[in-house]
Design a protein around this ligand. Sequence first.
Ligand code: HEM
Length: 454
Amino acid sequence: MLNVADAGAIKEITSARSKWPKPVEQYTLVLQFGRNIVATEGDEWKKHRKLANPAFSEPNNKLVWDEAVRITTDMIDNVWENREVVEVDHAVDITLQIALLIIGSAGFGRKISFAEDLKIPPGHNMSFKDALHIVSTDMILPTVLPAWSLNLTQRLRNVRTAMADLSKYMQEMIDERRNAEKKPERHDLFSSLLDANMAEAEGNESRLEDSELIGNIFIFLLAGHETTAHTLCFTLGLLALYQDQQEILYQHIVSILPDKRLPTYEDMSSLSYVLAVFYETLRLFPPVATIPKKSAEDTTLVTTNNAGEKIIVPVPKGASVTLHTPGLHYNPRYWKDPYEFRPQRFMEDWPRDAFLPFSGGARSCIGRRFSETESLAILAVLMARYRVETKEEPQFAGETFDQRRERLLKVKAGITSTSVVARNSSAELSVGSLLFGTFMKRPLEFRWIFRHLD
Ligand code: HEM
């Protein structure tokens, strides 16, 4: 088994897909949602990717942006009610909710907001929003637990019901779109996937079965929801710790939006420092820490040793090869002061091959632009209006900056890396893993802009 943290060797692997395929046998658990883009290889994977590609389009990105702005503003206006100070136990509570509403809307085509959409239509056991929420939180449980155990607790029964309900909602959406005489123009991932599939001739091998369509959309939810939400949570944690960086970010945002209007999709390319902050978070906390590949033939990889000498590593056929994202991202050969939080490095000439949060080559993340778009929109809206700080708690009064950083940014490896969720400080103290945040309102003038826009 090889762990690879050499940018050149990684590039060689990601750019020769058939020589370094994905070990799909490690992904059989996610096949239970239906055959899908993540868990397949070869021609079958190509079929999924070809149909999924057009869904991640420019109109979809614009939809993602608009929805992210709408949902974040909805939260500030209607959940936080523009309060001066908002205290939250864990920043992930915010980021998971926002990301869920965005994927509900720009992914599944169901416009939902914080307060609405709790109706349970006939034939269903829960609302679309609840089904989506439960599935996104717990969908992994039925994949790792034996079938006989899925009736044992209320939580497991709920996730089973939610998955069945969400599949039913999706089947209804498929039937509705298939049978509609006039299809409204829609750019959510699901509608576009359906349209691309319907454009393939009936009986054609490249057409996906309904179960595969549903499998893929479940996978978009699994692959895209927590990764983005937890990265944003780490971003907020870092900004809370590094107030000077937060101030630079704030000044950047208001320099792009001096009139304090809400950002539009066209502003995205100008919000370069926001992207730099997001990238620096992904460099420090890549949600996908290991990317598995295997060697399809006897071959070699070239790397350099600590003395800078070239060395050739033999790789036998069938060897397990892991692209080690943190190893690459913290490699001082590519990154100066790799442990420092310094978004500015992404404003300069940076080593693109040494940045792999979304993997690389043909099998790189199809949702990269989706994730970047939603993250930039959320941060641009939120950080223009609120300052995030860590809550001062007496029990942590004596800690140093490094101790605080370690406590707040503790990582737990799950399916993807997550920031540790802890709600109650005293109960969880021994874990030392709290990410408490206090959102301080930006000066009154920013609240005024909200009123004005309303
Ligand atoms: C910060 C956010 C994200 C990160 C760090 C991330 C990372 C990754 C990585 C490392 C891979 C390659 C995995 C492998 O080879 O096993 C991947 C693949 C994938 N991602 Fe993402 N992702 C993110 C967001 C999203 C979003 C928002 C979506 C969808 C809405 C998405 C959908 C997918 C899909 C479908 C694949 C499989 C692509 C294929 O095999 O052709 N991801 N992602």
